[in-house]
Every structure is written in structure tokens, then in C-alpha cells.
Design a protein around this ligand. Structure first.
Ligand SMILES: CC(C)(COP(=O)(O)OP(=O)(O)OC[C@H]1O[C@@H](n2cnc3c(N)ncnc32)[C@H](O)[C@@H]1OP(=O)(O)O)[C@@H](O)C(=O)NCCC(=O)NCCS
Length: 214
């Protein structure tokens, strides 16, 4: 039998995937489980239960972000985020809300941006835990779960974080996860009218694998 022609004839077998190539990243962030937590891919319906926690000004002490003005604004923000892509379609946006299994409480969120659809192999991470739940190991557990997904499922080679130089809690948290400071930007961001200085921190795949005993 000849080769299938260009018109109307299906290929006789499905195309064989080259197993030496890494699997394509998931189109949408998958749900994740850790010991105490479920990380749920963010959807518009989460706005209701996130709104109150996000209104706490303590969260924004070292961040340029602002609390949502009202529920409508948060829903609009989540509508875009839930598409899994930046508005120009270039970057993958992976956002998870953190739910505590024992009582179903929403504790905060973790997020990762993968530039160029993940082709750069780098994920820029972000996270916030609502203040009533600080210092209970929630960020450590949730970020560890997210990093597992980024390195395993998205085949990232590196996770990055940008942190205000005064944000000791975040810097200590990342140090505990194996991140290292690789750079410092003076006047990196401006909030509350004052320039902020920022560290860039990196965790590469080899260091992450060593830390997880892989
Ligand atoms: C930074 C933040 C996510 C930490 O969340 P968390 O759930 O309290 O963190 P963990 O309980 O996992 O803490 C892990 C480690 O981080 C360090 N840490 C956390 N909070 C700290 C604080 N207030 N002061 C000093 N170190 C702190 C400690 O080393 C801690 O380990 P330990 O409790 O065994 O000493 C939380 O404070 C937060 O949401 N802050 C506001 C938002 C923000 O700044 N996000 C980061 C932007 S870059």
C-alpha cells in the first residue's frame, strides 16, 4: 500500500512520539496534594473565599501588589488567570489556591509564571499565606508541592524568585527550600512611593533533586 495522500486519507497509525523528548507541559495546572494540603488550580469561583484573606494589608508590606478593590475586580483578575495564559498568550500562568484538608479552609495561594510557554525552562514563583496561618509550615509545604510539579510535570530546569531585601520571612523560607541569592537589583520596584531593593534567588534542578534525594 502506498503512503497516505494529502487529501482525505488518515494516517494508518497514530504518530509515534519520540520518547527522548520531554513530555509537553500540561495545558492547565493540575490539582496537587501534599501531606496536609490540597492545591486547587485557581478558578473564578475561588474569588469569594479568597477575597477576605487578600484584603489584609499585612500581606503587602513588601510587595507592589494591592488588595483587590472589590469582589468584581478580583473575579475579573481570576477570569484572566484561570485561562492559564498571560493576555498575550505567551506565558503560562499556573496558580493554585491552598486548601487545608482537615477543615477545608483556604490559606493562601502559590503561583508560577513560565515564560514563552515554558520553553525557557524557568519558572518565576510567587506565594502568599494569609496571616492567621503564618509560621505553621504552610508556605514550605505548598511551595514544595508546587516545585515538584514544576520540575517533574513542566520539566523546568530552574525556579526563580524576586524578593524585597527587607522581606526576612520570605528570604528565610526560600533559603530553607534550597534557593540561593544570585543577584540584587537596586530600586527594583516602587511601592508606597519609595524605591525597593530586590534579591533574585534561584533553585536549579540539580539542587532541587539533591534536596529531595532523587
Ligand atoms: C513569607 C510567607 C509566605 C511565609 O509563610 P509561612 O507559611 O509563615 O512560612 P513557613 O511557616 O513555611 O516558614 C518557613 C520558614 O520561613 C521563615 N519564616 C517564616 N516567617 C518568618 C518571619 N515572620 N520571620 C522570620 N522568619 C520567618 C522561618 O525560617 C520558617 O521556618 P521556622 O518556622 O521553622 O523557623 C508569609 O509570611 C507571607 O505570606 N508573607 C506576605 C506575602 C509575601 O511576602 N510573599 C512573598 C513575596 S516574595
Amino acid at each position: 500500500m502506498g503512503r497516505p495522500g494529502p487529501i482525505g486519507l488518515a494516517a494508518p497509525f497514530p504518530p509515534v512520539r519520540d520518547k527522548s523528548l520531554p513530555p509537553s507541559p500540561p495545558r492547565f495546572p493540575p490539582p496537587l496534594r501534599t501531606v496536609r494540603l490540597t492545591l486547587e488550580p485557581l478558578r473564578v469561583g475561588h474569588a469569594d473565599e479568597m477575597f477576605e484573606g487578600l484584603a489584609d494589608p499585612a500581606l503587602y508590606r513588601f510587595m507592589a501588589d494591592q488588595p483587590p478593590a472589590d469582589l468584581d475586580e478580583l473575579q475579573a483578575r481570576y477570569r484572566q488567570i484561570a485561562t492559564g495564559r498571560s493576555p498575550d498568550g505567551a506565558d503560562l500562568w499556573c496558580n493554585w489556591i491552598i486548601r487545608r484538608d482537615i477543615d477545608g479552609r483556604c490559606l493562601g495561594l502559590v503561583q508560577a509564571t513560565l515564560a514563552d510557554g515554558g520553553d525557557t525552562g524557568t519558572a518565576l514563583i510567587g506565594y502568599m499565606i494569609f496571616p492567621p496561618f503564618w509560621r505553621q509550615g504552610i508556605a514550605t509545604e505548598a511551595i514544595t508541592g508546587m516545585l515538584g510539579c514544576l520540575f517533574d510535570r513542566y520539566r523546568c530546569q530552574q525556579a526563580d524568585a524576586i524578593v524585597d531585601t527587607r522581606n526576612d520571612a520570605s528570604l528565610m523560607l526560600l533559603a530553607g527550600l534550597g534557593f540561593e541569592i544570585v543577584g540584587r537589583t537596586e530600586d527594583g520596584d516602587v511601592f508606597d512611593g519609595a524605591p525597593a531593593h530586590e534579591y533574585e534567588l534561584v533553585l536549579d534542578r540539580a539542587r532541587w533533586e539533591a534536596g529531595t534525594g532523587r
